[in-house]
Write a protein that binds this ligand. Structure first.
Ligand SMILES: Cc1ncc(COP(=O)(O)O)c(C=O)c1O
Length: 378
């Protein structure tokens, strides 16, 4: 099976001696990202500070994220985490007694669910749709749960646990049909699954940089549909969210037009430098081509796991999951440590080991990893 991106492997030095398959948690460090972080440190060391250059990195990172999801850079806010992005959105919502519900699923990432649960004193009621690990009907279940009492539908595009994909177009249409909004948590999809916020009619979407975006933690990107952003008034804010942050007028609060109103304080500049470099690389390679390759690696993983009689917690139908293939392992944290000693970086969650390749991985990486997993668990 020919690896279409083998020429890029040299940009990821760790691959010389380690098989990194942990993109659901932290992807491999690339040379351009290291260079971007070095550049930040260098400007700090040599110039004392370089606000102009650092803010330019933030603007370029926004532009790369926008390009990746087919949005305009003006539709993107920059925050510190996906949880912060969800909180910023929650702060702008009202939960009236006749429309109090936030519909999410039992397989959404806890942090985001906790943000919704924290809105209870403001009148919100969080409704959990049961999602099955390995299931392929989560989108339908969410659609069925949405009604005139729904204020917000919140779904993971790809699930952190088993990688299952939710049809965000379908859940978004259900939300809109009932006068609700949709929040898409794209932390496990952006960079590995193609996203087109216009074609998929997305209201709000957030992702951080650490996973399939090949960056580091400390930064998240929040897309808000422009017509919607203008109507939302956040109650979590800061000077970078105002029309002119450099007016320095403490008595005037005027929100920037569009998504920029969700910015808060000084952006995470070093994280933005890293994210600018990593997303430029991903955009050069092209996420649709990456998605296609990761689909092929998923098929390899599922077939090999079956052959080795490993339990697969992820959906096995083509296209039903993202890059992550979750293997059921009782003592997953212990096995993750032993896999690292054997040269494989994977990621444990509760009772699964997540094998999560990116475009720089090949079929030998995936097969070798599963064979080692089988060996360690026999
Ligand atoms: C799907 C998903 N959403 C949200 C988060 C949390 O993101 P953050 O720590 O940036 O708030 C994670 C972290 O693993 C995740 O996998």
């Amino acid at each position: 099976m020919k690896h279409p991106f083998s020429s890029y492997r040299k940009l990821f030095p760790i691959l010389e001696n380690t098989v990194q398959l942990s993109s659901c948690s932290q992807s491999a460090l690339s040379l351009p990202v290291r260079q971007a972080i070095d550049d930040y440190l260098d400007t700090w060391l040599r110039r004392g500070h370089d606000w102009g250059y650092w803010m330019e990195q933030v603007a370029l990172a926004r532009a790369e994220f926008a390009r990746m999801i087919h949005a305009s850079a003006d539709d993107i806010a920059v925050l510190g985490s996906v949880s912060d992005a969800a909180s910023a959105i929650a702060s702008a919502l009202r939960f009236d007694p006749d429309r109090p519900e936030i519909v999410t699923t039992t397989l959404d990432f806890p942090s985001i669910c906790h943000v919704w649960l924290a809105q209870q004193p403001r009148g919100a009621q969080t409704r959990f749709v049961t999602a099955q690990a390995g299931g392929t009907d989560t989108s339908e279940r969410v659609e069925a749960a949405v009604d005139g009492r729904t204020a917000l539908v919140s779904v993971s595009h790809a699930c952190f646990y088993d990688g299952q994909i939710v049809d965000i177009g379908a859940t978004g249409r259900a939300a809109r049909r009932h006068g609700a909004l949709q929040f898409v948590d794209a932390y496990q999809s952006a960079g590995s699954v193609a996203i087109d916020v216009r074609a998929q009619d997305v209201d709000i979407l957030a992702s951080g940089a650490q996973k399939y975006l090949l960056g580091i933690p400390g930064i998240a990107f929040l897309y808000v549909r422009p017509e919607l952003a203008r109507k939302l008034v956040p109650t979590v804010t800061g000077w970078i969210g105002s029309v002119n942050p450099f007016a320095f007028n403490p008595a005037q609060l005027d929100f920037a037009d569009g998504a920029a109103r969700f910015n808060t304080g000084t952006p995470p500049m070093v994280c933005a430098s890293a994210a600018r470099a990593s997303m430029a690389l991903l955009n050069e390679v092209g996420v649709p081509a990456i998605e296609d390759w990761l689909g092929q690696l998923s098929a390899v993983a599922i077939e090999e796991a079956k052959r080795l009689r490993l339990g697969v917690a992820s959906p096995t139908a083509p296209g039903a999951k993202g890059a992550n293939t979750a293997i059921r392992i009782a003592n997953a944290a212990d096995i993750e440590a032993r896999m690292r000693d054997a040269g494989y970086v994977v990621s444990a969650r509760n009772d699964v080991i997540r094998v999560a390749p990116h475009f720089y991985n090949d079929a030998d990486d995936v097969v070798g990893c599963l064979r080692e997993l089988a060996r360690l668990t026999r």
